[in-house]
Design a protein around this ligand. Structure first.
Ligand code: NAP
Length: 281
């Protein structure tokens, strides 16, 4: 097994996923081989994630998902779903499946998994890259209040708004469950589980959402506060733009800490460079 990015005759890239970037990286690696790529959604078919790269090199790509979404959109290549059992379990999986490169492309708020990845990389000696999308920065016209955590956001929230579009994810709704006077709109792929705030409307929908979608939603529900994690991604987020246009304040939850000493890329192109696919195609 090669310990260097780009080295060795066979590669197996394990992408810790659950994000758009993770899916795009799997897609890019799939199309980086013969150009034929791998059939989308070909989960777990033996060898389905194998991409021929030139005559000498085979690249296998596996994306790992936590299993939070009931019917996830599967990326090209192989997929595996569910936790590994902590850093030691992840390190064991890496060894058993001859993983040569580990990419932590989890969401910036998937705090535990990024630390697990760092520990597992140290245990197994496999190189690790963190693919982290840049955070958002306020633009002229934005009225942002920043919170350090969901609990902090819940404490600040009642003074800022009464009809709240809460976009911090269905898994963290318990942090707002004690707010009985506030009306919340939540949008998620799967329904949230209790405990949730008592005055809650849930919109089941899967993104991405356009600026027009967001404008319409804010107006229709007479939203007076947007709450979001600093998830980042595209430089202009439709929901942030729509809030700015409507003069709606935004409560932004700052990102949690990340493990030290892990090399980072802020784009799929940067991750491909780390994997040395930049000049090949
Ligand atoms: P987390 O708190 O960092 O992780 C909790 C546990 O879930 C981990 O210890 C691990 O279990 C398992 N896990 C997390 N990501 C995994 C992955 N990609 N593959 C296999 N197991 C994984 O994570 P989270 O905040 O619950 O997020 C779960 C997933 O949802 C992540 O994949 C993330 O990218 C995605 N996501 C999260 C957010 C968010 O706001 N947190 C938003 C959008 C998408 P073991 O220790 O047993 O391995």
């Amino acid at each position: 097994m090669s310990a260097e990015p780009g080295g060795g005759p066979e590669r197996h890239v394990l992408i810790l996923g659950g994000t758009t970037e993770a899916r795009r990286l799997a897609e890019a690696l799939a199309s980086a081989g013969t150009g034929a790529g791998v059939a989308a959604g070909a989960a777990a078919a033996p060898g389905a994630g194998a991409v021929q790269r030139g005559a000498a090199q085979t690249v296998r790509v596996t994306t790992s998902l936590a299993g939070r979404v009931a019917a996830p959109v599967l990326p090209p290549g192989e997929t595996r779903i569910g936790g590994f059992g902590g850093p030691a379990g992840l390190a064991a999986w890496i060894s058993a499946h001859r993983v040569t490169h580990l990419v932590d492309a989890t969401h910036p708020f998937a705090e535990r998994m990024s630390f697990n990845a760092s520990e597992a990389a140290a245990l197994s000696g496999v190189p690790l890259l963190a693919l982290r999308r840049p955070g958002w920065t306020p633009a002229p016209g934005d009225a942002w209040t920043c919170a350090d955590s969901l609990a902090d956001a819940a404490a600040l929230l009642p003074a800022l708004g009464a009809r709240v579009f809460l976009t911090t994810g269905r898994m963290g709704l318990h942090s707002f469950a004690h707010l009985t006077d506030t009306w919340f709109l939540v949008r998620s792929v799967d329904p949230p589980a209790a405990p949730v705030p008592p005055r809650l409307e849930v919109l089941l929908a899967r993104g991405p959402f356009t600026l027009d979608d967001e404008r319409e939603l804010l107006a229709r529900h007479r939203i007076d506060l947007l709450v979001t994690k600093d998830s980042g991604g595209s430089a202009t987020s439709p929901k942030l733009t729509a809030a700015r246009e409507a003069g709606i304040p935004v409560l932004v939850v700052r990102r949690p800490p990340v493990p030290e000493g892990v090399p980072e890329a802020d784009s799929v192109a940067g991750a491909l460079r780390w994997l040395r696919y930049d000049r090949a195609h």
